[in-house]
Design a protein around this ligand. Structure first.
Ligand code: AMP
Length: 368
């Protein structure tokens, strides 16, 4: 029998909305949360027992964080690996999900290498450094369009550029991109004319039991997730493949925690993994309102040694992100009895900033 120990204090590195919603789920289980964030008044700080505001390389602050917490997790993948390594010198095996996953997901080259080693199909890719490499790869592949991405620290389309094989040598945007990214590793990918972008979220507990959410259909605007629909209209075979790929990844790294897998679905039914994230995900926000146990509760449960909970969906859901100024136009949702509004408490509205989301529920229409 699992005992929920009311004395557990969970430390979360990072204080954004994902940390906030995990802290709220922890509070429901009677688990206290201490947030560690370089940002004063971060979204998670409003719902946590305490927030330590310090940089990720502040060893004194990290020491205090370790002393006050029993288990440590993170809410986004760009926490420096050195921070986790330092924490582990103070507190062995305290950080979950385990750091191999963080290491792999911080670098697109390592990520794709790891996926391909598990026989998981990704877009065709190559590590490139300069225009010569790009031209040579374009010639070798013989395909018309590519995407270049910085290997590290790219998200929401940042550090990416699309280019055409025919105009590589006189593409001014490409020249500026290569200037800006000089010295950084770059990955070149075939441009995939996908028909859908989907994601799966998998939670795996200490006993290896898993629960899956999805596949969710994801639609982006300006590279930022705009809308997630669950369930998505997709062939049963693709759903099964996406589940099995997600399980393979979680088993390959003996996941304890939550992992998100993003896929491209092509016209002919081919499924390609675009990226993985060792954490809860924006495309799983609807699980708070439409599932028995949300992705956030399962994050807390699994890293705290509790059994993973049922991901069963009781309603269909559409999640809409409130980006930037969208937050000033939510009046109609206040009167909508199917709309669940979630705001993150961010004081400053900025273009492209995720300020909140709305999940609209409707009666469940299919079996999964
Ligand atoms: P990423 O940062 O890799 O998730 O890319 C952001 C978005 O760019 C994705 O959600 C896709 O919409 C698009 N994208 C990324 N890679 C490719 C690709 N190889 N082919 C076509 N579209 C892509």
């Amino acid at each position: 029998m699992a005992i929920i120990n009311a004395d557990i204090t969970l430390g979360i590195l990072g204080g954004g909305q994902l940390g906030r919603m995990s802290a709220m789920a922890a509070a429901r289980l009677g688990i206290a949360v201490i947030i560690y964030s370089p940002e004063q008044d971060c979204p998670a700080s409003y719902v946590a027992k305490e927030t330590i505001v310090a940089s990720y390389d502040d060893q004194d602050a990290l020491k205090a964080f370790c002393e006050k917490t029993d288990i440590i997790t993170y809410e986004f993948e760009n926490i420096p690996l050195k921070t986790i390594e330092y924490i582990e010198t103070l507190k062995a095996n305290a950080v979950l999900p385990e750091k191999t996953l963080l290491d792999v997901s911080q670098d697109r080259i390592k990520e794709k290498t790891f996926l391909n080693e598990q026989d998981i199909q990704t877009t065709r890719w190559a590590a490139v450094r300069d225009l010569n490499d790009i031209q040579a790869t374009a010639t070798l592949w013989g395909s018309p369009r590519f995407i270049l991405k910085t290997a590290r620290f790219g998200y929401d389309g940042k550090g990416q550029i699309k280019c055409e094989a025919a105009t590589l040598s006189d593409d001014k945007d490409l020249q500026s991109y290569l200037e800006e990214t000089k010295g950084h590793d770059i990955i070149m990918e075939d441009f995939v004319p996908f028909t859908k972008e989907i994601s799966i979220i998998i939670a795996r507990d200490v006993n290896g039991k898993t629960e899956l959410y999805g596949p969710m259909l994801n639609e982006h605007k300006n590279h930022i997730l705009h809308k997630t629909t669950m369930p998505c209209d997709i062939a049963e075979t693709i759903k099964d493949k996406a589940f099995s790929v997600s399980k393979t990844i979680s088993e390959a790294i003996s996941l304890i925690g939550v992992l998100t897998v993003e896929f491209f679905v092509c016209d002919d039914g081919t499924l390609l993994v675009n990226e993985i994230a060792p954490r809860t995900h924006n495309s799983g926000h609807w699980t708070v309102d439409a599932c028995c146990v949300s992705q956030f509760e399962n994050h807390v449960r699994t890293v705290c040694g509790l059994p993973v909970g049922s991901s069963k969906r009781h309603s269909d859901a559409t999640m809409l992100n409130l980006i930037g100024d969208d937050i000033n136009h939510i009046d109609h949702y206040l009167d909508d009895d199917c709309a669940n509004i979630h705001l993150y408490g961010k004081k400053q509205v900025k273009k492209g900033r995720k300020m909140g989301h709305v999940t609209i529920l409707s009666p469940k229409t299919n079996a999964y």
